[in-house]
Ligand binder design. Structure first.
Ligand SMILES: [Zn+2]
Length: 224
């Protein structure tokens, strides 16, 4: 039985949400969220969001994600997308970048975009996600979310499959997510199986507003 998500407590915030953005779960009620930076259960061991408690995307990006969910449940009844992170302000990006200062610059940039260059997360045009099976369990992807080891890199899947460090099922699960997302034009990051961009960085910069702080997300700018 499908129980619709109630939105009661979110309405005050939604009323002030920036007009470019939408709550993903309002685009498609079957999409689930487990935002990793709203608690301390993440690679920084620190709660990074104080106001964000929903996954927000640009409206056109959310509409594409809703089509991914629709197509997925047609081929795999009961399967649901699970969102780990979506819109992430630049200030939070900066905190993550600073926390990884022990990594070599080239390794660091594979994991968190340099805030100076911006990430598509900062515009609500990227998201981190996995798939839940019909029992509500995340599919086995062979590496967890925010795992910075090479085993999380989609570009090395074939070699890890050959050495047996990834099983055929784990690779198949990643490919299910990838084909579902790519069918709606999302682009996989070569170093994170969970990260998808809605478009190129250049296109995003020309089309979308950058959100620097959590306040930018919830305050409608006055016209000037
Ligand atoms: Zn990401």
């Amino acid at each position: 039985m499908v129980v619709p998500t109630k939105k009661k407590d979110g309405q005050a915030l939604d009323a002030k949400l920036h007009p470019d953005l939408v709550d993903i779960q309002q685009s498609h009620s079957q999409i689930q969220i487990e935002l990793k930076y709203t608690t301390s259960a993440n690679f920084l061991g620190e709660k990074l969001y104080s106001k964000i408690d929903k996954a927000y995307l640009q409206k056109d990006v959310a509409a594409r994600l809703a089509r991914v969910q629709k197509a997925l449940q047609q081929t795999h009844p009961g399967y649901q997308l699970l969102i780990y992170d979506a819109l992430r302000p630049v200030t939070v990006q900066q905190k993550m970048w600073d926390a990884l200062d022990s990594l070599r610059p080239v390794e660091r940039a594979k994991f968190v975009s340099n805030p100076k260059n911006l990430s598509l997360h900062n515009m609500g045009a990227a998201l981190d996600l996995t798939i839940l099976d019909a029992k509500g369990n995340p599919l086995d992807m062979g590496a967890g979310f925010d795992d910075i080891r090479h085993i999380a890199y989609p570009i090395y899947e074939d070699s890890f499959l050959r050495t047996g460090q990834l099983t055929p099922l784990q690779v198949q699960n990643r490919k299910l997510l990838r084909s579902a997302m790519q069918a709606q034009g999302f682009r996989q990051l070569p170093t994170e199986w969970w990260h998808y961009n809605a478009c190129s960085r250049e296109e995003a910069k020309s089309k979308y507003k950058v959100f620097y702080t959590e306040n930018d997300i919830f305050t409608t700018p006055t016209s000037n």
